[in-house]
Design a protein around this ligand. Structure first.
Ligand code: 5GP
Ligand code: ZN
Length: 307
């Protein structure tokens, strides 16, 4: 039996239903166990996105943790210190460990004794790829292309269905000369309607800025919007009136070129861009639009996802 497809301006499932049917609580806001039915769709999205992979793109799947110095050097701490999570541990010092555990057992906190490690939680999938690309030396006539993914963490506890502290991100990244990179980004924005049609969702493209920290950060955000550096694909998840950013199209100009010393053949700093697929938001958007039973989804959408 197939469900009637709801009108384009209507969602088939409300946030409460999505939360109850697709996830199981883990007693932390924005952190959930995921059901098998949900993961099937996540895998389907992975397959679908692979069909979009830019020709010649090199694939990397990164772990959910990244070198702290890499993220520091990338400028993340200056821009988004409020979102970053650091891995802390007690280490092996017997006295410190024993004291910390005893304090916990007496009702206190063991974490007071924990020390920051050399790891942070990955805030986006693309950061590790720039130093890898830089190792390759001068960039040739064609831009370097990568397909990367990782579990990401951002310290934004929320009860909303479209804001997780821990979520998955897939990205296509290009590194090359300024015009090539601008073209890459613009090409992907132009493909947004095709992607939305494949997924059977309504969408809008909007200029956006990243959530930079503090007053100075707000100025950086305005600069980003004014220079059209970031766009987002918005898809209804919680409501049709306030759609959610499920993909982003980002130009970093020469930021990572400068940080990692990446140059093009003519000696200019390389430019970089990334196209990010918010896998969990896309998956939730699909369920919100087509309903919690995948069997009732439109056949063309299921076919695109291999479901
Ligand atoms: P950006 O780097 O543009 O902020 O994030 C890239 C994509 O990751 C976003 O377009 C969005 O789809 C996804 N994303 C960002 N923050 C969250 C979040 O808090 N929860 C979920 N589920 N996805 C997010
Ligand atoms: Zn990126």
């Amino acid at each position: 039996m197939t469900m009637a497809t709801p009108a384009l301006d209507k969602l088939a499932a409300a946030p409460e239903e999505l939360l109850a049917r697709l996830f199981t609580p883990m007693n932390v806001d924005g952190v959930y166990g995921r059901t098998g039915a949900y993961e099937d769709v996540v895998e389907g999205l992975g397959r679908y996105i692979s069909t979009l992979r830019p020709k010649g793109a090199e694939v990397f799947r990164f772990p959910p943790v990244v070198s702290r110095t890499l993220i520091e050097k990338s400028g993340y701490l200056k821009s988004f210190p409020h979102l970053l999570g650091c891995v802390c541990a007690l280490g092996t010092d017997v006295k410190r460990v024993t004291e910390a555990v005893a304090r916990y057992e007496a009702g206190g906190s063991w974490t007071d004794s924990a020390q920051a490690s050399e790891l942070v939680l990955a805030p986006a999938a693309c950061y590790p790829v720039y130093p890898i690309a830089a190792e390759r030396g001068v960039i040739g006539a064609e831009p370097l292309m990568f397909d990367v993914a990782s579990d990401c963490f951002r310290r934004e506890p929320s009860k909303e269905i479209d804001r997780f502290q821990s979520f998955r991100m897939r990205e296509f990244v290009a590194i090359g000369a300024p015009q090539q990179i601008q073209a890459f980004r613009d090409q992907w924005m132009a493909r947004a309607p095709e992607i939305a049609a494949d997924l059977g969702v309504t969408h809008a493209i909007d200029a956006a800025s990243d959530p930079f920290f503090g007053r100075e950060g707000q100025m950086v955000g305005r600069f980003q919007t004014a220079n059209a550096l970031k766009f987002e694909m918005l898809i209804p998840v919680r409501s049709t009136e306030k759609p959610t950013a499920c993909m982003s199209f980002n130009c970093h100009r020469d930021h990572f070129g400068e940080v990692w010393g990446m140059k093009t053949a003519d000696g200019e700093l390389a430019h970089t861009a990334c196209v990010a697929f918010g896998i969990d938001r896309l998956a939730v958007a699909l369920f919100a639009r087509h309903g919690v039973e995948v069997g009732g989804w439109p056949a063309p959408v299921r076919a695109k996802l291999g479901l």
